[in-house]
Design a protein around this ligand. Structure first.
Ligand code: GSH
Length: 240
């Protein structure tokens, strides 16, 4: 059984998509990041960066003590290695999956996160920051669109790279982007959205948090947008 420390955000969906695709048994432990549950001691023990997702595998390959993993890219790689699924077996194919997985982790995720912050959450509307991140996300959609021009998925067969990227395209409207401008990306997006495992992963998210993508309250904003090193120290002190 795999424990999934999860909230209903793009990085959380990556893991439930993989688990639904493979049918590995898992149990969700919701970490409501708007309420500050990412600062609870038990969670910080598995995820010292106070971010979801994280997993604990009680039945790791080769046996022995449970293995915990944080960072969604590391989790997807761990699960692909554990199951032998959704990752090419040959070196050349594997390199391509890793490239696009890391492309998501280092580019699409962080830039979309900042774009969402400055366009949808920042109280002070900074035109420079809004343009900077919306344009960068636009560039990344263009890169992805080109990559998909002559293939069905980003690296050979459907893989953990597609699973990492897809949840970050779902909120394209909040990202100020039009899928019509990126026809290859749109075709790929619709093919993944129609997968039964992907539908199940998003249905699960709705069950856990019916207010998906909802407006942040003042309390949530203070927890999510006011973090410094002291936030983690305070959590550790509270836990004793
Ligand atoms: N690079 C990390 C990013 C994880 C991340 O940013 N998680 C967000 C939700 S999508 C979070 O837990 N936020 C809690 C917070 O900001 O305190 C990963 O891919 O796992």
């Amino acid at each position: 059984m795999i424990d999934v420390h999860y909230w209903t955000t793009p990085n959380g969906h990556k893991v439930t998509i993989f688990l639904e695709e493979t049918g590995l048994p898992y149990k969700i432990f919701p970490v409501n990041i708007g309420k500050g549950e990412q600062f609870e001691r038990a969670f910080l023990e598995v995820s010292p960066n106070n971010r979801i997702p994280a997993i604990v595998d009680h039945d790791p390959p080769g046996g022995g003590a449970a293995i915990s993993v944080f960072e969604s890219g590391a989790i997807l790689l761990y699960l692909a290695e554990k199951t032998g699924q959704f990752m090419a077996k040959d070196l050349r194919g594997r390199v391509q999956t890793l490239e696009w997985l890391f492309w998501q982790m280092g580019n699409l995720g962080p830039m979309s996160g900042q774009n969402n912050h400055f366009s949808n959450y920042a109280v002070e509307k900074l035109q420079y920051a809004m343009d900077r991140y919306r344009n960068e996300v636009n560039r990344l959609y263009g890169v992805l669109n080109k990559r998909l021009a002559d293939r069905s998925f980003v690296s050979g067969d459907y893989s953990i790279a597609d699973m990492a990227i897809y949840p970050w395209i779902v909120p394209y409207e909040r990202q100020g982007q039009k899928l019509e401008d990126f026809p290859q990306l749109k075709r790929w997006f619709e093919a993944i959205r129609a997968r039964p495992a992907v539908e199940r992963a998003y249905a699960k998210a709705k069950e856990i948090n019916p207010n998906l993508g909802g407006i942040r309250t003042a309390e949530e904003r203070a927890i999510l947008f006011g973090q410094t090193a002291a936030s983690v120290d305070r959590a550790a002190a509270r836990a004793g």
